[in-house]
Write a protein that binds this ligand. Sequence first.
Ligand code: WT7
Length: 640
Amino acid sequence: MVYPYQIQSLSDYKKAYQQSVEDPENFWASVANHFTWHKKWDKVLDWNFTDPKIEWFQGATLNITENCLDRHLEKNGNSPAIIWEPNDPNEKPRILTYSKLHEKVCQFAQVLLNNGVKKGDRVCIYMGMIPELAIAVLGCARIGAIHSVIFGGFSAQSIADRVEDAQSEFIITCDGAYRGAKDIPLKNVIDDALIGNKTVKKVIVYTRTRTPISMLKGRDIWWEDEMRHVEEMGIHTIPAVEMNANDPLFILYTSGSTGKPKGVVHACAGYMVYTNYTFVNVFNYQPAQIHFCTADIGWITGHSYIVYGPLSAGASSVMFEGVPTWPNAGRFWDIVDKYQVNILYTAPTAIRSLMGYGLWPLQGKNLSSLKVLGTVGEPINEEAWNWYNEQVGKNKCPIVDTWWQTETGGCLISNIAGITPSKPGWATLPLPGVQPVLVDDKGNEIIEMEEGVYKGNLCIKFPWPSLLTTTYGDHERCRTNYFATYPNLYFTGDGALKDEQGFYRITGRVDDVLNVSGHRIGTAEVENAINMHAGVIESAVVGYPHDVKGQGIYAFIIHNNTESDESLTRKDIIQTVSRVIGPIAKPDKIQFVNGLPKTRSGKIMRRILRKIAEGETENLGDITTLLDPGVVEEIKKGYI
Ligand code: WT7
């Protein structure tokens, strides 16, 4: 496949950027022309940020799976679409060519139809990183069902909340998943999530670990049996359902500053065009290259840069079931060597964790196939950037630092591999179509530099094709969360700097959202979970700098302690959070306190707690407005 819209030089980038700002409609129409449509659009963009209304390619119809599969069959049917590396390096890898993947997706789509799934139905997917996860996702898209993938690290309670919020009647899962030395009993977790549930009609179960599980008659069915029926019916291909450009393609739940995760909705056409455009451009993808994104498909990175971006571009996408450190810390490098990976896209937290093992895991591994490295999910510190550049890229691979969010669907600010310059720690320039602006707390654009940089809250003033269209079942929430803080701007929740060259550096969240190992967690969510534990009276959660995770979770808790052993209470609280949200939200530090710093109106002053959690004892700022300034001294003394 060739990509006529691929940027080839710095002047190309400048030209594309300029056109994308001056004439966005024609710019995106000329990209969109290179896709397969049933019917082309009447209007490229219809928008306002007040409702908000964001509709790209209005009037067009399409199916994303025809763009990800069918259109590659003639020329690239035999080239690998998914290269799957199992958790255990001794197990056989699986390679699914475009022809094979097309067949499996069609057959699974037929399984869904046979079980009563219709266009517009919400289907929850809770699986490990196996090819069947991609088949399930694409199978839904084939028939216009809306997938909602739930990361395998979420608890039964989190699943129940998501099933309920989306009113899902169908679930696709596995008996279990392998992750490093652990077997995760996915089906058991689903069973717990569905206790008392009356709306789920079918649970389709794929066999991966052959862990003993219960199968409820009438509700639970085996993936393999269903696929056999379809095979026996002689079905190898089915037509793709024609979707409107702005029909929802999927829901993905993400945390915000309130207690309840929200269902970010992406629409079929815009999401397809933008993930493809950014995949091809940011990584400078060349036909036949091997792309390895180490994310989990449970997160947006996996949706956009393991599945939809690469497959719509006809690329070969590596999918890895396991973890970077099992059976040893050389796992990524073995995979790069084994499959001659050309593009490696991972998270700073993974790099920092691997750095900690020294250089032996890299020894004897041939990494010479690498051409481009990428990072995503959090700011990258200079030490990790240098290590990645020197030890992995051998100083010859550009590193793209891609800044984006679940809501943005694809990368917004990033250098373009080998084409625009990089600067360690800086995401650098906006991609074509993206118009960032830094504002102060009142929403005024920052026009004066301070110490050589502009500093403010990062907003975007014009839509790009993969901007979220709504939050599922609650459009008002979408408005208040993203479009109401500053009128006529999309607010990202991040703070940023901009230098004299126009390069951006993301400094981190300015709202009550934490970024732990690249996972987004709301402090209110963790507090709610902690407060569910018996004996907890009140809690406040803040982030603190953590060497490997980027941010750690620090909880200040008031507890009516009846037990003499504090460490047991701590363990119980951690267990509670694990149950309510999932192991990813477990506090790293718990400090028991007698009081929290509150203003006279009863608001917790998190600013003070954040400082204390960072180990700062001197400059806590003004504490005179506190109801009881004495609590601060006590909290400082108890710092752990
Ligand atoms: C938040 C979004 C984008 C997919 C993975 C995370 C932070 C993301 C970077 C980066 C600095 C980054 C931001 C953002 N973030 N990429 N390159 N540099 N920070 O998606 O869970 O929606 O989280 O991750 O704070 O708002 P997400």
